[in-house]
Design a protein around this ligand. Structure first.
Ligand code: ADP
Ligand code: MG
Length: 702
């Protein structure tokens, strides 16, 4: 038997939790902090000093030597610069570890090398990190020792957001303010705040580390850029929820422990559809903390994998031909007196507050479908969306039979008088109990599905931060709430005005509802008839950020200024080009230095064989034919390589939007043209001569 693991004891041991603050801070200080956490405002420097000292003492007791302002620049990964608690020694040479309130609240990394999209020139390098009191500080243990991580927002000298957290926090405040107006309409005077909650299900792949290190494409690009399919893929559905293999199990076990120590509620784990693919889901948390936690989850997966001689691939499409990875973003909104605005109750047809909220969300998603689509786009996700494994690139909403029936009645008759019920599920087996059914089945092909008391946004990529999708969701729903309240707060007869508004919104925006198969071609045609946008790629989605509609939305709720949006647009084009440029260079590198030389060596050996066999007077037709076939493909590969080199150079010399489109339309096609003959060669050349591990080695050898 293994040693008994005390999860309750280790849970949160590396987090400076509210409980620890309560223990370690004077009562008055604790309540001051708690008040700012819950309702905003500023801590006085004197208070911050006390908090900083308590934090430092706790951290040092746990072995910490350094602290960092941990932030989320627009690179999509997190950033940290470590400072030791070390101070100048006194005259006796004695040094005391210190950490001040000022150091806790504000940092000033020289941040000129982070993407700013023209918000800052390199000579104006000042950027500030500002403590986000709403996300707990935590200890990170790595090769540098123990590090106190302070979640922070990252802004420019002039106050523009240079990160993903600042707009998210702004959007949460906007949503809270507008959602409060909604609940006030229904007589809720107690709630003081409404919070968006998020649970992100994280998919990932695990491969053997030695195999990983033998593939330059995985090292540099995070995905395979070559590779013939393995004889077996996911067609038997035997990996999904299958028994967890030993090495994977050991990984999951250690990962859970690390996450629990960090107060992350790792809850669900299972094998996913593709071979070597797995999933982890935590219990939901406030949007801000969920975003931070998801970053920590991704980082921890990489670290634990390395320790176990594995590599964790978070890319959206590490392998062609089998499913890629995504991140389901489960989202709901709850008042601080415990009401989930997305809880339909048993009889949603007469739950007017719920129906109003639903009508507003229908409107928000319909009007801003383009923005939602944009928020889930990244370079890797282009390989998934619309590719029969993930939702299509078209945004639609799935409500389920029960709500759809109600919406239909409201549209046709102005009201719904009943709610469909789930009833009993009978198995026909006496010894199995009849269970209560949900009122609604699920739809796995919908990008935005109502799942009981939350919406599940299923488009998000596995590697991407979930900050943007949630910022967008909060913003668009805040706007719809605001517009509804502007009207309803003035109404003389609230009840009838509310009914009319719900009916109007649902009627005007019913085209966004789709309950059918989102993976089918018919839906693409139907969506076009309905006038729903079908934005096929990340680069095509970028400009949705700066339409008049988007600028008006984000400026109205102080989430982004036009300038911030324009800067993000620039960064996204740049990111796209840079990623594809790296991928093309990796392909050029691998083809030139690995594949083509390997094939040449093999053809030389084959040619020798042909000569020798002929000399021996035996039939050499097979060897000759193979030599011809392989040489022809080699020629094709070499030509494709030269073409790719040219287009890569041409693309590299361009800039901005034009460059991004060139990479998408020209360079990517040339990459495909190079991959095709090499993948065919992989199936012809002796495996002993092949320079890299195959798809089979990678996905079945863990
Ligand atoms: P499903 O099977 O529908 O995917 P789960 O219950 O497994 O749903 O939950 C998936 C994720 O959704 C988990 O991270 C879970 O914590 C989260 N979740 C559950 N309820 C809510 C809610 N009300 N708001 C936000 N996230 C939620
Ligand atoms: Mg789910």
């Amino acid at each position: 038997m293994s040693e008994v693991l005390n999860v309750e004891e280790i849970f949160g041991q590396n987090v400076f939790t509210l409980g620890k603050m309560r223990e370690r801070l004077p009562k008055k200080v604790f309540y001051e902090v708690k008040n700012v956490m819950d309702h905003g405002g500023e801590l006085s420097l004197a208070t911050a000093d006390i908090v900083a000292k308590a934090m430092k003492d706790w951290a040092v007791e746990h072995g910490a030597t350094h602290y960092t302002h941990w932030f989320q620049p627009l690179t999509g990964v997190t950033a940290e610069k470590h400072d030791a608690f070390v101070t100048n020694p006194d005259e006796n040479g004695k040094m005391l570890m210190e950490f001040s309130g000022k150091e806790l609240i504000k940092g000033e990394p020289d941040a000129s090398s982070f993407p700013s999209g023209g918000l800052r020139a390199t000579f104006e390098a000042r950027g500030y990190t500002i403590w986000d009191i709403t996300s707990p500080v935590f200890l990170k243990e790595d090769a540098t020792g123990v590090l106190l991580c302070i979640p922070t927002a990252f802004c420019s000298y002039t106050g523009e957001a240079l990160d993903k957290k600042t707009p998210l926090l702004r959007s949460m405040e906007a949503l809270s303010e507008q959602a409060l107006r909604i609940v006030r309409l229904f007589g809720n005077t107690e709630a003081t705040k409404v919070t968006a909650s998020v649970g992100a299900e994280q998919e990932y792949f695990l491969v053997d580390r030695d195999n990983f290190l033998a593939r330059k494409d995985l090292i540099y690009a995070g995905r395979t850029l070559f590779g013939a399919p393995a004889p077996k893929g996911q067609e038997l559905d035997d990996h999904y929820f299958g028994t967890i293999r030993r090495r994977v199990g050991a990984f999951m076990h250690e990962l859970n422990i690390e996450l629990w120590k960090l107060g992350i509620t790792a809850k669900t784990q299972h094998n996913e559809v593709a071979p070597a693919q797995h999933e982890l889901a935590p219990i939901y948390n406030t949007a801000n903390v969920a975003v931070d936690h998801n970053q920590v989850v991704m980082e921890t997966m990489k670290v634990v994998a390395e320790r176990q001689n594995l590599a964790c691939l978070l890319h959206e499409k590490p392998f062609a031909g089998v499913n890629g990875s995504g991140k389901h973003d489960n989202w709901s909104i709850t008042t601080d007196n415990g009401v989930n605005l997305l809880e339909p109750t048993k009889t949603p047809h007469n739950n007017k507050q719920f129906l109003l909220v639903l009508a507003c969300i229908m409107k928000a998603v319909d009007i801003h479908a383009d923005l939602l689509r944009q928020s889930a786009s990244d370079v890797g996700n282009d390989h998934r969306l619309g590719a029969n494994e993930a939702p299509p690139a078209i945004i639609s909403m799935f409500l389920g039979e029960q709500l759809e029936d109600i919406v239909e009645h409201i549209i046709n008759d102005g009201l719904a008088t009943a709610s469909l019920e789930g009833g009993k599920l009978r198995t026909g087996v006496n010894t199995l109990s009849d269970i209560g059914k949900d009122a609604t089945d699920r739809n796995r092909t919908s990008p935005f599905a109502f799942t009981g008391n939350k919406f599940e946004f299923r488009m998000v990529g596995s590697k991407d931060s979930i900050a943007s999708p949630n910022t967008t969701l909060n913003a668009i729903v805040a706007e719809a709430f605001c517009e509804a309240c502007d009207e309803l707060e003035k109404a003389e007869d609230f009840d009838s005005a509310c009914d009319a508004l719900i009916q109007r919104y649902m009627t005007e925006h019913q085209r966004i509802i789709f309950n059918g198969n989102g993976y089918s071609d018919e839906w693409v045609a139907e969506a076009e008839r309905r006038g729903l946008p079908n934005i096929k790629s990340m680069v095509e989605a970028v400009e949705t950020l700066t339409t008049d509609k988007a600028v008006a939305l984000f400026e109205k709720f102080h989430i982004f200024t036009r300038k911030e949006l324009e800067s993000r647009e620039e960064i996204l084009y740049e990111q796209y080009s840079k990623v594809v440029n790296i991928e093309s260079l990796v392909m050029i590198d691998m083809a030139t230095k690995q594949y083509i030389p390997a094939v040449i060596r093999y053809t030389r050996a084959l040619a020798d064989t042909v000569l020798k066999v002929r000399e021996a007077g035996a039939d050499v037709s097979v060897q000759s034919a193979m030599l011809d076939e392989i040489s022809a493909l080699l020629k094709e590969a070499k030509a494709a390589l030269e073409t790719l080199k040219k287009s890569q150079a041409e693309g590299h010399a361009m800039a901005g939007k034009e460059q991004a489109f060139f990479y998408k339309d020209v360079v990517m096609k040339d990459m495909d043209a190079l991959r095709a003959p090499i993948d065919k060669l992989e199936m012809l050349v002796d495996k002993e001569c092949w320079p890299v591990p195959s798809y089979g080695d990678l996905t079945f050898e863990v």
